[in-house]
Write a protein that binds this ligand. Structure first.
Ligand SMILES: [Zn+2]
Length: 370
């Protein structure tokens, strides 16, 4: 039901192009998944998401379990029908939000107890419950419950989190009942190479159909993230998709793909879009900047999205200064188009063995930015 095929590996880097086949279609990798936290990529209809080139979207288990509830999504036909997205979907386990957003009250080897960030009600999540909720939601790819501690915790806490994540991965695997969902294991270990190795050594024998790298982009420096990828990616099976969770900036995607990562998700293109910041072929553009007040130029001449095709910079700036809802919609659409275009061109560069040159050219182009 799931297959991952590698089509090309750039011999000059570790970058690879592949196809991740799911019950709801094929994803060309490396791929970027827009984040649809509550079953909606904020402000965009499924047709608009599709028009950016996105193939697979992500939804957040924690948020959907609180509102409207996993059983409601199930009654409404599962996540694909619920949000009218007929392509592949991935849900996270909810763990990251429990550790970052909710008020944590207790964690032990059995489960984590927390208070909802919405109404303060007392809830708990165990590996079995995380899988059960994700089975009710019905995404194609689901994630094991993991413990993701802050990046600056003492080493003994990090070891505890790694070992707990490994034990929970086995319990998640044993709890899974649906054969039409691919359950991914998540490698933890912070920026400590030994702990990354310890985590991978515990998870790889479980033979998950895909592996995620968690616990990065949580406050460490970009160079620490790249160093951690250098030691972590080679520990993962070559014949399974590798998913770097919650990353990141366009330059982070380039660096990670060249180290052999296949899948990404991040709120950055949509969150920045809502905040009037656009990623363009010339670097970041802050649309509130007064220099664009009377500009008739397109936001990005290299982009063919609706925002760049039909509207001037001056008009787009006006939408934000007047707090019109079309502004966040158009720039979210543009930023997602930028990410998808970047990955499409990167896939092509990998096929022709030029991923390193592509990275250098892109970084140089963005640096000459406004
Ligand atoms: Zn555009």
């Amino acid at each position: 039901m799931f297959r991952f095929e590698l089509d090309a590996i750039d011999p000059t880097t570790q970058a690879r192009v592949g196809r991740w086949m799911t019950p709801h279609g094929t994803v060309e990798t490396p791929a970027f998944m827009p984040v649809g936290t509550l079953g909606t990529v904020k402000g965009l209809t499924p047709d608009m998401i599709r028009s950016t080139g996105a193939q697979q979207v992500l939804a957040n288990t924690y948020h959907l379990a609180l509102r409207p509830g996993a059983e409601v999504v199930q009654e409404l036909g599962g996540l694909h029908r619920f949000m009218n997205w007929d392509g592949p979907i991935l849900t996270d386990s909810g763990g990251f939000q429990v550790f970052s957003l909710a008020k944590l009250t207790k964690i032990n080897d059995d489960r984590v107890v927390f208070r909802s960030h919405i109404d303060g009600s007392l809830l708990e999540l165990s590996p079995e419950r995380a899988v059960q909720i994700q089975e009710q939601l019905g995404a194609d790819c689901i994630m094991c419950l993991d413990e993701c501690p802050p990046h600056d915790v003492p080493r003994d806490r990090l070891i505890e989190a790694v070992d707990r994540t490994t034990a929970w991965a086995l319990r998640c695997q044993q709890a899974q009942t649906r054969p039409d969902q691919a359950l991914f294991g998540i490698v933890q270990g912070g920026t400590d190479p030994e702990l990354r190795a310890r985590s991978a050594a515990g998870l790889v024998p479980l033979e998950f159909p895909g592996y995620a790298i968690g616990g990065l982009s949580v406050g460490e420096a970009p160079s620490q993230m790249y160093d951690t990828l250098d030691v972590t990616v080679p520990l993962l099976p070559t014949d399974r998709p590798r998913y770097l969770m919650g990353v990141g900036r366009p330059e982070d995607l380039l660096e990670a793909v060249l180290r052999g990562v296949d899948l990404f998700d991040c709120v950055m293109p949509t969150r920045n879009g809502r905040n009037a910041t656009a990623f363009t072929s010339r670097g970041l553009v802050k649309l509130r900047n007064s220099q664009y007040r009377t500009s008739t130029a397109p936001l990005d001449p290299a982009c063919s999205c609706l925002a760049c095709r039909d509207f001037s910079l001056g008009y787009l700036r006006h939408l934000f200064t007047a707090q019109e809802m079309l502004g966040p919609i158009l720039i979210s659409l543009h930023n997602l188009t930028f990410y998808q275009t970047l990955l499409r061109e990167l896939r092509q560069a990998i096929r022709t063995g030029q991923s390193a040159e592509f990275r250098q050219a892109q970084l140089a182009q963005w640096r000459g930015s406004v």
